[in-house]
Design a protein around this ligand. Structure first.
Ligand code: FAD
Length: 819
């Protein structure tokens, strides 16, 4: 074994080997893989080998697509067959909401170029002659299906061997029976790994240890939010009916998924493999994989699966004629949101994760591809926010992860409503006024572990969502909250915002090199600033206020706490000239906004609030009521006259009560996240994470006014200059969708020209209650972006005419803000 390598990959499952292969492919051949046992000994050897292209996530969808394409090429490249059966994949629907889900998915598939067909019951029968279409009584009726002709199933061990051959052929080294047992940093900043076969020093380390992710993480001081859950499939004997069908010349049947009954079924040697996702599957190995568990399985529990077996027998009656040969029960790595952890670990340089894969056979190709890109080039080639390990924070303790993973597992096949909010492990992180909000009818959602009020049910209205792809029970109430902020005054609790204090003599020049806009130079000024990737994409968005000389206050998205904090920490000058402090947990935030907000606030402060004394985009340190050291910032995300109050958290109750007492005569009330969504769309305010991602530059996002090319060097500047010279390929637009009955755009819908060619994608959408328009935001080719241009959007399978509007269609001159 080598004693030094540029990169070491720990773990020889399909994911680790794919990472090694892709690193070698990118020219990093000084790469070593260490496997404690033998290749595939983890979850890989017993996986069912399905490769579903279906995925609601824009990022994961692209990774899966890459994998399927790669696996088709691999045999020719490596000479190793991978038994890829391109059978197609058929997902049944037995209710209209399931069809809505498929139609919503089709938008994503269209934007990333995955081929699919939406078909009716007759085509289902043509594709799958052994199926029972259902009579609506004993067996529910199939109303349609989603068909992917290009995917199927593969032999996971063969796939791993092909990737191994490809990696070795390029010079990478693989060592089996080599367990990493300890880790330390060398004085020069490299990783020193102790293994059962000697030591190795590496510049970079990738952890791809599947079920071992937590104990591997612990060696590096990380609490990795991945804990496996039991997953079983049943292997059946030969089916006489299937055999007869195949012997009569029938083609291999598509992998079948009856989502509404939560199982998959595929052919296996003239018999079947049936894999349910059942309730009651327990998380395993939360404290680490015990020594007794090697290349082994867990005991099967057929009772848990019976309900799904019976459902499958109703749908495919001949299944009842097959005997059960085997039950495979193995641990399958999970994360709280079901997506893997691919990217840099937090708090440590040159440490990378490719962990938490529950569809690891499908994702291995794509995850290896983008992780290698990230390691070698310094950043990934596509937007990886949805799988970035730093989307989780310290709140993901063991019990949280166990509860969430069990919940995610049993919900694999539920309808993924866009407004779905799952119940387990909640409430966990709450704002101090949580109980007050609950008493006011708050219907909460959870983001980054925080409880956030999505909307408020008025007296007499049940405080509960009815989830849907269409306008639902809360639509009218959200509208009233939004209108209150346009007409009177309202409060939004945005305590979860990420907040950092940056101080020291080097603070200004450091921040200036980090963001595209000019960092404010005058005390009290506020600037919206974007940190870019080296490719010029938008990495983060910060609202930066200059509080005092050498003192800045940074506010960014609540869900970006670890993602932003880690980045700031990693880029901090090493000379001690800047101090960074994460104050997310010690400051609360209330937004006070609406035409009467000045009247309310005036009752609580001595500070004059008129435009001359307190102009828009400025901030002051103030006393508000009894609260001291409040940062009063005259900005907000709803486009109204108003202030954000960033206060020491201990004043939350006092300030909340004080605002409501002062605001009573002005009809003050609460507004939730959904009202904020409606309001921000009317102002074309871009949301980090959906509208603003590393896939688009600030020029594409129409944020030109927040870029100062003449200010000196900053990360991403060269890429922006190149893009300006070459021509900006996309333009951000706000558009009105016409003739919407009940389904607004939500993001990820394809946009078309009037001839039916795809010209872009929507990134967000909802109803603008003050404008009374169904609105969308998105990126399209520049030639279609002129105000007044007609385009089309496909929402849940229906093409709708849309018209490009002026940016900020509500109050384009910002008169409200400056009032
Ligand atoms: C029953 C079942 C059916 C499944 N079916 C499918 C399917 O149809 N399609 C699909 O896409 N996915 C499926 N999966 C999931 C799939 O098996 C996993 O997602 C995938 O195998 C994960 O691969 P991996 O490389 O991340 O992990 P693993 O295959 O578990 O590999 C991790 C490796 O790391 C090694 N390791 C750990 N610690 C150390 C250390 N300290 N030093 C050295 N080596 C170490 C382990 O020995 C192991 O070999 C299924 C899973 C189960 C349980």
């Amino acid at each position: 074994m080598k004693t030094h390598a540029r990169v070491v990959v720990i773990g020889g499952g399909v994911v680790g080997v794919s990472t090694l292969y892709h690193l070698a492919l990118k020219g990093w051949t000084d790469a070593v893989l260490l496997e404690r046992s033998e290749l595939t000994a983890g979850s890989t050897w017993h996986a069912a080998g399905l490769l579903p292209l279906f995925n609601m996530s824009y990022t994961v969808g692209q990774l899966h697509k890459y994998s399927v394409d790669l696996y088709k090429r691999l045999p020719a490249e490596t000479g190793q067959d991978v038994s890829f059966h391109v059978t197609g994949n058929l997902r049944l629907a037995t209710c209209s909401e399931r069809m809505d889900e498929y139609q919503k998915y089709c938008g994503t598939a269209n934007t990333i170029g995955v081929p699919f067909q939406v078909i009716g019951p007759k085509q289902v029968r043509d594709l799958w002659p052994l199926i029972e279409l259902g009579d609506g009584a004993a067996t529910s009726k199939i109303v349609g299906a989603l068909y992917h002709p290009d995917d199927g199933h593969i032999a996971p061990a063969d796939l791993t061997m092909a990737l191994r051959k490809g990696a070795r052929a390029r010079g990478a080294e693989i060592n089996e029976q080599t367990e990493v047992t300890a880790v330390k940093r060398t004085p020069s900043g490299e990783w020193h790994l102790t293994t059962s076969k000697g030591n190795i020093v590496a510049e970079h380390v990738v952890c791809a240890t599947g079920n071992y992710a937590r104990q591997t993480g612990r060696m590096f001081g990380l609490n990795v939010p991945s804990i496996p859950v039991e997953h079983q499939y049943i292997v059946y004997d030969e089916s006489p009916e299937l055999k007869a069908y195949r012997q009569a010349g029938g083609r291999e049947l598509a992998v079948l998924r009856e989502s509404d009954q939560s199982y998959y079924l595929r052919e296996e040697r003239m018999g079947w493999i049936l894999g349910p996702y059942e309730s009651g599957a327990p998380a395993r190995f939360a404290d680490g994989v015990p020594d007794w568990f090697g290349k082994s399985l867990l005991e099967g529990d057929l009772d848990r699966l019976l309900q799904h077996v019976e459902a499958a027998q109703r749908r495919v009656p001949s299944l009842a004629n097959c005997g059960i040969k085997d039950i495979v029960n193995g641990p399958i790595a999970y994360t709280p949101d079901g997506s893997p952890l691919i990217g840099p670990a937090w708090g440590a340089r040159n440490l990378w994760l490719n962990e938490g894969h529950s569809f690891g056979i499908t994702a291995a190709g794509g995850s290896g591809w983008q992780l290698a890109e990230w390691i070698v080039e310094g950043e990934p080639g596509i937007d990886m926010l949805g799988v970035d390990p730093r989307r989780y924070g310290p709140y993901t303790g063991k019990r949280y992860v166990v509860q969430k993973n069990e919940e995610t597992y049993r919900n694999v096949f539920v309808i993924h409503f866009p407004d779905e909010e799952r119940a387990d492990a909640r409430p966990a992180k709450t704002s101090p006024v949580y109980d007050k909000l609950a008493r006011m009818g708050a219907v909460f959602g959870q983001r980054y572990g925080w409880e956030r009020a999505n909307w408020f049910a008025p007296a007499g209205v049940p405080a509960k969502d009815k989830w849907s792809f269409r306008r639902s029970n809360y639509f009218e109430h959200v509208g009233n909250e939004a209108l209150r902020l346009r007409q009177h005054v309202g409060v939004i609790d945005l305590t979860p915002f990420t907040k950092h204090e940056v101080t020291g003599p080097g603070a200004e020049s450091w921040l200036d090199g980090l963001v595209a806009n000019k960092v404010p130079t005058k005390i009290g000024r506020i600037a919206l600033c974007h940190a870019l990737t080296r490719r010029g994409g938008i990495r983060s968005e910060f609202t930066i206020t200059k509080i005092a000389e050498q003192h800045f206050y940074l506010v960014s998205a609540g869900a970006a706490e670890r993602y932003d904090s880690d980045y700031l920490q990693q880029t901090l000058p090493r000379d001690g000239s800047v101090t960074l402090q994460n104050v997310t947990m010690s400051r609360g935030v209330f937004v006070l906004a609406g035409p009467r907000s000045r009247d309310v606030l005036a009752k609580l402060v001595d500070t004059p609030l008129d435009n001359a004394a307190f102009p828009w985009l400025t901030g002051q340190l103030a006393e508000v009521g009894l609260a001291t050291e409040v940062y009063l910032l005259r900005v907000n995300f709803v486009g109204a006259l108003g202030w954000e109050l960033h206060f020491p958290i201990e004043y939350a109750h006092h300030l909340f009560d004080a605002l409501f007492t002062a605001g009573k005569e002005f009809n003050i009330g609460m507004a939730g996240m959904r009202a904020m969504e409606s309001l921000r769309l009317e102002k074309s305010y871009r949301m980090w994470g959906s509208d603003l991602t590393p896939d688009y530059t600030p020029y594409e996002a129409g944020l030109d006014r927040f870029v100062r090319l003449n200010k000196g060097a900053f990360i991403g500047k060269e890429a922006l200059e190149k893009q300006l010279a070459a021509g900006v390929p996309n333009r951000f637009v706000t558009f009105e969708v016409h003739r919407v009955k009940d389904a607004d755009a939500l993001g990820n819908e394809p946009l078309f020209d009037l001839k039916g060619n795809i010209i872009g994608r929507a990134t967000a959408g909802y109803y603008g209650h003050a404008l009374r328009k169904s609105l969308g935001l998105g990126y399209i080719k520049p030639e279609f972006a002129a105000v007044g241009s007609d385009i089309e959007i496909e929402i849940l399978g229906e093409r709708k005419r849309a018209t490009v509007l002026v940016d900020s269609p509500y109050d384009p001159e910002n008169k409200d803000l400056r009032a």
